[in-house]
Ligand binder design. Structure first.
Ligand SMILES: Cc1ncc(COP(=O)(O)O)c(C=O)c1O
Length: 420
């Protein structure tokens, strides 16, 4: 497996022709329908917008651009609660000895169920969004949550979790070691760990979490259909890869002929899927150290084993990106061209749009653009997985130009493009 570096942009990429492989039935479109039916029962549920950026598409000379905007999810500013709420509901039903579709959500949150299963404590490790989702779900069920966060976690993200009555401890560990700590605490105290990554002997809650994310896919598929659009390129960012595994594993079954190209983005400081693919031995490889990146949600060094084979075999491209790529994505989405609407994107949500900017505008990305066949017929789909969950950094990026482009980036100069 050959990777190509673009040193001036702190970027590295791998392109492959995906081999044939069995499709993951646990992430099938039928599963997505069932999960979607669960989320529809939650008070305050509404599909998040699918934003169509027609002016940007014209300016960047592609057919269309779609952004599934999770900054509006349940008022929590991130997609993560989809996985947490579904997994916690499945766990509670397991305690009750009942199937989830036999128990309406209104009954789950009734005091009745709490009386039956008693007071339980849910725990997890999180960069912010997942823990907020677990705390939110626990609060609705009248249960306790104890949340562990890695060192350097933004105070706003800590406060967002505390606001749901959870106990929060910021550790002096990186994300992967914080997961091990939460796991140990759960074992010592008899708590239930609801983690968004799997390990040997622990696969059920992480699979439920991945399935929970399928509501986002089901909505996007319906919304694209309503626009009469079919994506040609699906960009998904990865931390441990649960989100990307769910999206790729599901959408490859929805859009199979022609199959879209899937592209996985990671921060270069925590590019564990990239490193695993680059190793070329078919196995997962960890990235260690501080994993220090502004893309806090993607700051994970160990790929989820449940996603790994999907992410190894289905995508066409893997890109390890610098902080400025995410910062540019934030600026582009917040400052739309006339006719487009602004999108509030956080650091872990914006990196795909930042990457498309490089692909269509930067001469050093010409080879990657050609290999991925990005051109006038392309319809890229992005997942803006969070809004401004660290408002201080968001403003620094927007107002004061923090994390500027590295070197020169030529912007679109198509004489046929409208001048704004
Ligand atoms: C906003 C955001 N986007 C993407 C991800 C990546 O998800 P995963 O760790 O499943 O790859 C996360 C994870 O926390 C996140 O918070």
């Amino acid at each position: 497996m050959r990777s190509t570096k673009i040193p001036s942009q702190n970027c590295e990429y791998i392109v492959q022709t995906p081999p044939d492989r069995d499709l993951p039935m646990t992430l099938s479109p039928a599963t997505a329908v069932r999960v979607h039916a669960f989320h529809r029962q939650l008070p305050g549920y509404k599909p998040t917008p699918l934003v169509r950026l027609k002016s940007l598409a014209r300016y960047w000379r592609v057919e269309d651009i779609f952004v599934k905007d999770e900054s509006h999810r349940f008022g929590l500013k991130a997609f993560k609660v989809l996985g947490g709420s579904y997994a916690v509901a499945r766990l509670v039903c397991q305690q009750l000895g009942r199937a989830l579709d036999e128990v309406p959500y209104a009954q789950l949150v009734s005091g009745e169920v709490r009386k039956q299963i008693g007071q339980i404590t849910l725990t997890t490790a999180t960069d912010g969004n997942h823990g907020r989702g677990i705390a939110w779900a626990a609060e609705r069920l009248g249960q306790k949550a104890v949340i562990y966060m890695p060192k350097g976690s933004a105070p706003s993200r800590v406060a967002n979790i505390c606001a749901h009555g959870a106990e929060v401890e910021v550790t002096d560990l990186n994300f992967d070691d914080t997961v091990r700590l939460a796991r140990r605490k759960a074992e010592e105290n008899g708590w239930y760990i609801v983690q968004d990554t799997a390990w040997e002997g622990y696969t059920e809650p992480p699979l439920w979490i991945m399935q929970g994310y399928l509501t986002m896919c089901a909505e996007a598929v319906d919304q694209l259909r309503a626009e009469d659009a079919v994506p040609t390129h699906i960009f998904v960012q990865a931390g441990v890869g649960s989100l990307a595994g769910a999206v790729v594993g599901n959408l490859v079954q929805v859009y199979h002929s022609p199959r879209p190209r899937f592209i996985i983005m990671e921060p270069r400081q925590a590019a564990c899927i990239f490193a695993s693919v680059a190793a070329g031995d078919g196995k997962r490889h960890a990235v260690t150290g501080d994993l220090n990146t502004i893309m806090a949600g993607l700051s994970c060094g160990e790929p989820n084993p449940l996603s790994w084979e999907i992410l190894r075999d289905i995508p066409s491209g893997y890109v390890s990106c610098d902080n400025f790529t995410a910062a540019n994505g934030i600026r582009i989405l917040a400052n739309p061209l006339p006719g487009d609407i602004p999108v509030e994107a956080g650091e872990s949500g914006s990196v795909g749009v930042g990457l498309l900017d490089l692909l269509v505008n930067h001469p050093e990305f010409e080879e990657l653009k050609t290999l991925l066949e990005i051109g006038p017929d392309s319809v890229p789909l992005f997942f803006n997985t969070e809004g401004a969950t660290d408002p201080h950094n968001y403003r620094e990026i927007l107002w004061h130009g923090r994390y500027p482009s590295s070197g020169s980036t030529s912007s679109s100069t198509d004489p046929a493009a409208p001048s704004w």
